[in-house]
Design a binder for this molecule. Structure first.
Ligand code: PBG
Length: 335
């Protein structure tokens, strides 16, 4: 590449930056509404739209008010929303049995949304943490080990229940080994041939998930970290192995999580596999931008666009972000 570069002054890289019109023309990446996925929290009760304390501007909605979400998503051309339940504590138990209850929050929400014909995809997480009294994503043994294969059996059942309720994308976020293959096989055997599987393939044991755990009410229950199943943040090669396995087991899309601190992983996976690759800008990242913005320490709006565009530059095809609705509205204003 350097052999093509002419020396100064024949080469003046600032020529291409001198005005907005030329900057627009040589721009390599851009953010569109098609890149945005909106995570939404749902809760029990009636007529509730309650702000999450650690995520200003993000709300949990009772099912009867979900229309506000789906209407806004459709009006603003957002393609996909991701549902996360705030299960009441009295419905949580050691085995997360509420995950398999066809009257749980997510199933109720799916019945309501899928009763209408909307041009909107619905994605649902597969993991037990919103349902377990201990806040872990899998089953816990008597000696407090996360049981891989036993957890998988429940995750398969949870996936079939969600598919049966017409979830468009099933997204295992639990990081158990082998679950993608087992879920894919179960879906095929039950004739859910078109159900998309989005694997949280490279999900790191991260301190950026704190506000999310408040939002789904698992934070206070969780007495130990998730390092025996979520990835060690010192690792990068391991993300290739995780992703290779999930792709070979039948994932349609892989995801990296968290986002901004893991752009290197997104870029490596995209380069290595050329596979649909999503990013999750998680709750802690959202909270940090909001807090600094509220204090006037940063220009919130500009930072949001800069961060989301950096996901595109790294190679992400789409981004789960709590800013999705605000950003979609802004993009639509100018298009
Ligand atoms: C649960 C799950 C988590 C998130 C998405 N799915 C939390 C966790 O792994 O503890 C975090 C999302 C966020 O922080 O925004 N399996």
């Amino acid at each position: 590449m350097t052999e093509y570069l002419q020396n100064f002054p024949a080469s003046r890289l600032r020529r291409n930056r001198q005005s907005q019109w030329i900057r627009n023309l040589v721009s390599e990446n851009s953010l569109s509404v098609n890149d945005l996925i909106w995570p939404v929290f749902i809760c029990d009760g009636n007529n509730i739209k309650e702000e999450i304390a650690s995520m200003p501007g993000v709300f949990k909605y009772s099912i009867d008010r979900l229309n506000e979400v789906t209407d806004q998503a459709v009006d603003n051309k957002i393609n996909l929303i991701a549902l996360f339940p705030n299960t009441p504590n009295d419905k949580k138990d050691k085995n997360g049995s509420e995950a398999l209850n066809e009257d749980n929050l997510v199933c109720k929400a799916l019945r309501k949304i899928k009763n209408q014909t909307l041009d909107l995809g619905i994605m649902c997480d597969v993991a037990l943490d919103p349902y377990t009294s201990h806040g872990h994503d899998g089953l816990l043994s008597d000696t407090n080990q996360i049981l891989n294969d036993e957890s998988n059996e429940v995750l398969v059942k949870q996936s079939l229940l969600l598919a049966d309720h017409k979830a468009d994308i099933i997204a295992p976020s639990d990081m158990m080994d082998g679950r993608i293959g087992l879920i894919r096989k179960a879906l095929e055997n039950s004739n859910f041939k078109d159900t998309l599987l989005l694997s949280y393939a490279a999900k790191y044991a991260s301190s950026f998930y704190g506000p999310f755990r408040d939002a789904v009410g698992s934070g206070n229950n969780l007495k130990s970290d998730k390092k025996t199943y979520q990835m060690d943040y010192t690792n990068s090669d391991e993300a290739l192995r995780e992703s290779a396995l999930d792709i070979s087991e039948g994932a349609d899309i892989i995801m990296v999580k968290p986002g901004i601190s893991y752009l290197d992983i997104i870029q490596r996976l995209k380069k290595e596999f050329n596979f649909p690759t999503f990013a999750y800008q998680v709750s802690g990242e959202y909270a940090m931008v909001k807090a600094a913005g509220a204090n006037g320490w940063i220009d919130e709006e500009k930072i949001i666009f800069e961060q989301l565009t950096s996901f595109k530059r790294a190679g992400a095809d789409a981004i789960l972000t709590y800013f999705a609705l605000d950003v979609a509205k802004k993009i639509n204003l100018f298009s």
